[in-house]
Design a protein around this ligand. Structure first.
Ligand SMILES: N[C@@H](CCC(=O)N[C@@H](CS)C(=O)NCC(=O)O)C(=O)O
Length: 209
């Protein structure tokens, strides 16, 4: 039985929950209390030395990093593939995934926020401005990228890993007050994805971020 260590409001965990839902994979979910700093505990670091969620276990084996987990699930549960068949569309999918998961998401993580406030005396409004700047910059570029490759979803008319990463990032951005009204393609894809059970059921139950 698969076991996913995660946190309800973590966008990186949200990504993996979407993939589990799309593929109908049974998985035990273990809540790691991020606000209570459980991810920094010695016990959790024995599971994932990086001290972040999500982390996937399967028996004695385990793997961290949401993108690695998502690709592992895509390879081991090949029904409902989440990477397109053409190399061009696969590359575009990875471009979008990397823009969001590698460039934007880390700038808004709790440990970066904590470092900025503790080592550079930034206050919460300055950290919010920092996040909003990088989110807007990413979404402006992404709206242009999607202009040439999107259909019903980010890349064409089938769900890909790009949608599984985009929806949680947009969800968090909206909850954090980022004005997303200038991105009609992003919003259209968001609304379409959230009309599907796998996305809606994976979203955090509580509205607070
Ligand atoms: N690149 C990692 C990011 C993991 C990550 O930053 N997770 C956040 C929750 S979304 C976390 O555990 N934050 C705790 C912290 O920053 O201290 C992934 O995709 O899994």
């Amino acid at each position: 039985m698969l076991k996913l260590y995660g946190y309800e409001r973590s966008p990186a965990t949200f990504r993996v929950r979407i993939v589990l839902g799309l593929k109908g994979i049974a998985c035990e979910q273990v809540a790691v209390d991020l606000p209570g700093d459980e991810h920094k505990s010695r016990a959790y670091r024995r599971i994932n030395p990086q001290g972040v969620v999500p982390y996937l276990e399967e028996g004695e084996w385990g793997v961290g990093q949401s993108l690695a987990i998502m690709e592992y699930l895509d390879e081991t549960y090949p029904a409902y593939p989440l990477l397109p068949s053409s190399p061009e569309e696969r590359a575009l999918t990875r471009q979008i995934v990397n823009m969001l998961a590698c460039d934007l998401h880390p700038l808004a993580s709790e440990r970066v926020h904590t470092y900025l406030t503790q080592h550079f005396s930034l206050r919460d409004p300055q950290c919010d401005a920092w996040y909003q700047h990088w989110a807007q910059e990413t979404f402006i570029a992404l709206e242009k990228v999607l202009g040439s490759c999107s259909g019903l979803f980010c890349v064409g008319d089938e769900v890909t890993l790009a949608d599984c990463v985009l929806i949680p990032e947009l969800y968090v951005a909206r909850r954090n007050g980022v004005d997303v009204t200038h991105y009609p393609t992003l919003l259209r894809i968001f609304d379409h994805c959230m009309s599907l059970h796998a996305f809606a059921d994976a979203a955090p139950a509580t509205s607070a971020v």
